[in-house]
Structure formats: structure tokens, C-alpha cells
Design a protein around this ligand. Structure first.
Ligand code: ADP
Ligand code: ZN
Length: 225
């Protein structure tokens, strides 16, 4: 059995976090926990949580912490994450969420926090061309579309531009990233948990770099699990 891992991937919108977290979750056989995907699923089902979250998401604002902490707390308490770990994507996004995560996990600890680094110019280009499957969340782009026009290769769902990938919402999300999420990088750096990884280049090259970074930083207990 491949040993598990507890990984967080931080990075700007469009840095490729989602795609890379899916790959890491396959490599280490750990659940990929994407708060954006969980929220979009709730919006689609029109649950009360989804109805509350939608207003914030469409505007590119952060969904309130109470909503996120309840949702992530429930997910982390499940057997698969307790046993094998996780690759967290989109959470934490504020120092407050990071502090709450440490409390939720205690006495367990994170293996590594990765800062997936991509210059803003490139991120803007990727977000403008990004397309996503409404059903399974698989990412495509105008330059790498699905085989059949805008029908998901994986599940047959409809592939669309996300309602929050408009210019106004993208600008707002990037501003919030600088204000709320960038400080997290130095916060994790101070506790020696942060590793920077270059997110430029082919997706396969980036995955290789990420796996190397995780393997180097996993605690001995996780390696022997
Ligand atoms: P992106 O990283 O491209 O902005 P996500 O799919 O991670 O996209 O998130 C989409 C939206 O969901 C965010 O703009 C925000 O409204 C909400 N969201 C996701 N994760 C969080 C979080 N940890 N805290 C607050 N809001 C969140
Ligand atoms: Zn799909």
C-alpha cells in the first residue's frame, strides 16, 4: 500500500491547483478535497448552504468562515481522510482558516504546504481560456477542449465557462488572493511547513516537481504508514 500524506496546495486562481491536486490524490491514493468543488456541488443541488454560498461565489467574494469550517470539518472527520490523509485544494484561504485547520487536525499534523507559483500574467491568460465540466469539475481550456465540442470526455457533462470566470470576478478573486491568501504563505513559512514549487511548464513536469517536494517533506511516520 502506498503511504498516505496530508498535503495543502496554495496558489493563485488559475495556477493549476485543481489539476495538480487530482494528480497528487491519485499518486498518494488520498482524497482530493476541493472546497470550490464542494461549494459548486451544493449550489447545483440548491441546498440551503449552496443558496447562501452562490451570492458570494458569483461575485468572487469569500464564502463566510462558518460555512467553510463546518463543511471541511465534516469532510476531514470521514474515515478515508483520517486513515490516508488528503490533498486540500482551495482551503485554507485565510490565516484564520489555517489556524482553525490546525485545531481540527490536532494531534495530527500536515506533511507539507506547497505554494504553487505562477506569474499573474500567465494566470490571467489561463483563467480567460478556462472551461469546466458542470458535473465532474474536470478542467479544459479553449486550447485543450474535450474531444466532442463542449461535452466532458470523462462523464459526458456540459463543459462551460464558470460564472465566476468573468473579468470582474477574476479581478476581485485575485485581489482577495493578495490580501487574504498571500499572507498564509509567510504564515506557513514561519512554522517551516512551506515549500515553493514552480507551476510553469507542462502539467507532467509540474506533477514531477510536486511529487518530489512531497516525498522530501513527508514526515517519517507518513512514509511508513
Ligand atoms: P478559484 O481558486 O479559481 O477562485 P475555487 O473553485 O477554489 O476557485 O473557489 C470558488 C469560490 O468558492 C471562491 O471564489 C469562493 O467564493 C468560494 N470558496 C472556495 N473555497 C473557499 C474558502 N476556503 N473560503 C472562502 N470561500 C471559498
Ligand atoms: Zn465531467
Amino acid at each position: 500500500m502506498v503511504p498516505g500524506a496530508r498535503i495543502i496546495v496554495l496558489g493563485k486562481q488559475g495556477a493549476g491547483k485543481g489539476t495538480q491536486c487530482v494528480r497528487l490524490s491519485h499518486h498518494y491514493v488520498i482524497p482530493h478535497i476541493s472546497t470550490g468543488d464542494m461549494l459548486r456541488a451544493a449550489v447545483k443541488l440548491e441546498t440551503p448552504l449552496g443558496q447562501e454560498a452562490k451570492r458570494y461565489m458569483d461575485a468572487g467574494e469569500l464564502v463566510p468562515d462558518e460555512v467553510l469550517l463546518g463543511m471541511v470539518g465534516d469532510r476531514l472527520a470521514q474515515d478515508d481522510t483520517m486513515d490516508r490523509g488528503f490533498c486540500l485544494d482551495g482551503f485554507p484561504r485565510t490565516v484564520k482558516q489555517a489556524e482553525s485547520l490546525d485545531l481540527l487536525l490536532a494531534p495530527l499534523e500536515l506533511d507539507v504546504v506547497i505554494d504553487l507559483q505562477v506569474p499573474t500574467e500567465l494566470v490571467l491568460e489561463r483563467l480567460a481560456s478556462r472551461r469546466v465540466c458542470v458535473d465532474c469539475g474536470t478542467n479544459y481550456s479553449t486550447s485543450t477542449p474535450p474531444r466532442v465540442a463542449w461535452i466532458c470526455d470523462i462523464c459526458g457533462g456540459e463543459v462551460i465557462q464558470r460564472p465566476d470566470d468573468t473579468e470582474a470576478a477574476i479581478t476581485r478573486r485575485l485581489a482577495l488572493y493578495e490580501k487574504e491568501t498571500a499572507p498564509l504563505v509567510s504564515w506557513y513559512e514561519r512554522t517551516n511547513r512551506l515549500v515553493g514549487v514552480d507551476g510553469q511548464g507542462s502539467p507532467d513536469d509540474v506533477t514531477d516537481r510536486l511529487v518530489r517536494a512531497v516525498d522530501e517533506h513527508r514526515r517519517p511516520e507518513a512514509r511508513g504508514q
